[in-house]
Write a protein that binds this ligand. Structure first.
Ligand SMILES: Cc1cc2nc3c(=O)[nH]c(=O)nc-3n(C[C@H](O)[C@H](O)[C@H](O)COP(=O)(O)OP(=O)(O)OC[C@H]3O[C@@H](n4cnc5c(N)ncnc54)[C@H](O)[C@@H]3O)c2cc1C
Length: 449
């Protein structure tokens, strides 16, 4: 089948956002009697799950210091829970385990989770935290922990499987997914209007009424194609407007796998463990030679079982990439990249950090999976998503690398396209920078918390 000459809705990117928007838009069109999935095509230059969604650790959590992020995540968790089997979703819960400098932020998150009815438990004080953790894992040994936020909802999903599940649901509604087709530009309606009339691709033009861009880290390229500003003005918390702030920054996400028997990482009761995230200022010693890796600073890690490679998968703090934004080579992406994969320093730190938390992981450096892993993410000026409409008929989902868990955003975007206003998406509008309506910052060492 050739490519269509026109399609009412063209969605770019077969990752979490493109697929979710397509599926939910198909449902909305059908319910409103205004069309069906047959009015929608998804274009991807590679294929389903070939971007960040296909390599994400897959953590689904609510633990955000920013109220708007928490509300959006609670909405997304409802979508994950609506079809756990197809989405390959494991509702094992999530634990944020922190040192004293994060205690106040975490208590606030807990209070606000209670206010929105998101089920979680807060443990405070070093002794109580230690005994709560030992009740779950007898070999727990992390130091300096004074708060544990245990989210009973959330968990993780298997990255590629969930994308294929979502793609199958979209296709069952009549959506067509075309792989191996690269979008290279846009044709405008006329000189007076910025609206998009057609999408230019490596296989010819496709006329359309509306475009959705879910391009993950490649959002930089689409921003340039649409000639949107490379820098922004931000009204800061000091009330002053700061000009010339770069719109995009890339960070390298450091992730890896410890190849051990997955049954080695279970709770005392033999159950699947919750997703674990630990931030602490305790001294971190090497599990290889006992040398000091981190001292007098907060460091963090996250981990969960891995049934694909077999073992435990997770990551640590990302680092900002210094290559100029327009020069950074994104392709080939992820583990296939010759440049942007996790470093040997990461492996040493992460395995040592696992051993800091649980005795069972001591001395296991030799079991670290040596294949390349990790990848880059594209971040906005405040490291929070921009979900907004540009050029009259182009919706951009730029999730600032928060987004695998945000399966519900496509549903909200579909509702927006059908004419509904979303209060949940409003805090993520582009104009917030100019208006100074910024999200609060936490004390976490991660740019995404
Ligand atoms: C290592 C790593 C771990 C992560 N872990 C988590 C996690 O645990 N939890 C979480 O919530 N988030 C996580 N994230 C973030 C999350 O993966 C991303 O925010 C999210 O997957 C982005 O989804 P997307 O649909 O916007 O883009 P993507 O999944 O990147 O999809 C974009 C698609 O667009 C296509 N494309 C690009 N350019 C073009 C073009 N010109 N023409 C046609 N198609 C094009 C690509 O081929 C790709 O398939 C992680 C990210 C990384 C890198």
């Amino acid at each position: 089948m050739g490519i269509p000459a026109s399609s009412k809705y063209v969605i770019i990117g077969a990752g979490i956002h493109g697929l979710s928007t397509a599926y939910h838009l198909a449902l909305e069109l059908k319910a409103a009697g205004k069309g069906s999935g047959e009015d929608i095509v998804i274009l991807d230059k590679s294929g389903i799950a070939s971007g960040a969604s296909g390599i994400a650790c897959g953590v689904v959590r609510n633990n955000y210091y920013q109220p708007a992020m928490r509300e959006l995540m609670a909405h997304s968790v409802d979508v994950w829970e609506s079809d756990p089997e197809t989405y390959s979703y494991h509702p094992v819960g999530y634990m944020q385990i922190s040192c004293e400098s994060m205690h106040e932020d975490i208590s606030e998150i807990y209070e606000q989770q209670r206010a929105i009815g998101y089920d979680s438990v807060l443990i405070e004080g070093e002794a109580d935290c230690d005994s709560y953790m030992k009740d779950i894992y007898a070999d727990w040994q992390a130091q300096n922990i004074t708060s544990v936020l245990h989210e009973k909802k959330g968990g993780y999903a298997n990255n590629t499987k969930s994308m294929y599940g979502l793609a199958g649901k979209a296709e069952a509604e009549g959506v067509r997914i075309i792989s191996g087709i690269e979008v290279t530009g846009f044709k405008r309606a006329n000189v007076a209007s910025s609206a998009i009339r057609a999408v230019e691709t490596s296989k010819g033009n496709i006329e359309c009424d509306y475009v959705v861009i879910g391009a993950g880290p490649w959002v930089r390229d689409f921003w340039n194609m649409l000639e949107l500003p490379k820098t922004v003005s931000i009204k800061g918390k000091d009330g002053q407007t700061h000009d010339g702030i770069d719109m995009w920054t890339f960070w390298q996400l450091e992730e890896g796998v410890l190849n051990v028997d997955p049954d080695m990482f279970k709770t005392n009761e033999g159950k699947q463990p919750p997703v674990m995230h630990v931030d602490t200022d305790a001294t971190l010693y090497s599990t290889v030679d006992g040398s000091v890796i981190e001292q007098n600073k907060i460091w963090g890690l996250y981990y969960k079982p891995d049934f694909h490679f077999g073992g435990v998968q997770g990551g640590a703090m990302p680092y900002p990439v210094t290559t100029p934004v327009d020069e950074l080579q994104l392709d080939p992406y992820g583990p296939a990249s010759p440049e942007w994969v996790s470093s040997p320093e990461f492996a040493h730190m992460w395995v040592s950090a696992l051993a800091h938390c649980h005795k069972r992981f001591e001395g296991l450096m030799g079991s670290y999976h040596k294949e390349p892993s990790g990848g880059v993410g594209c971040f906005t000026p405040d490291s929070f998503p921009v979900f907004d409409e540009f050029c009259e008929n182009a919706y951009i989902l730029a999730d600032s690398n928060h987004g695998y868990k945000m399966i519900g955003v496509g549903k909200l975007v579909a509702e927006h396209i059908m004419g509904e206003t979303s209060e949940l998406l409003k805090p993520f509008r582009f104009a917030r920078y100019e208006e100074g309506e910024l999200h609060p910052n936490s004390n976490s060492p991660f740019p995404w918390s």
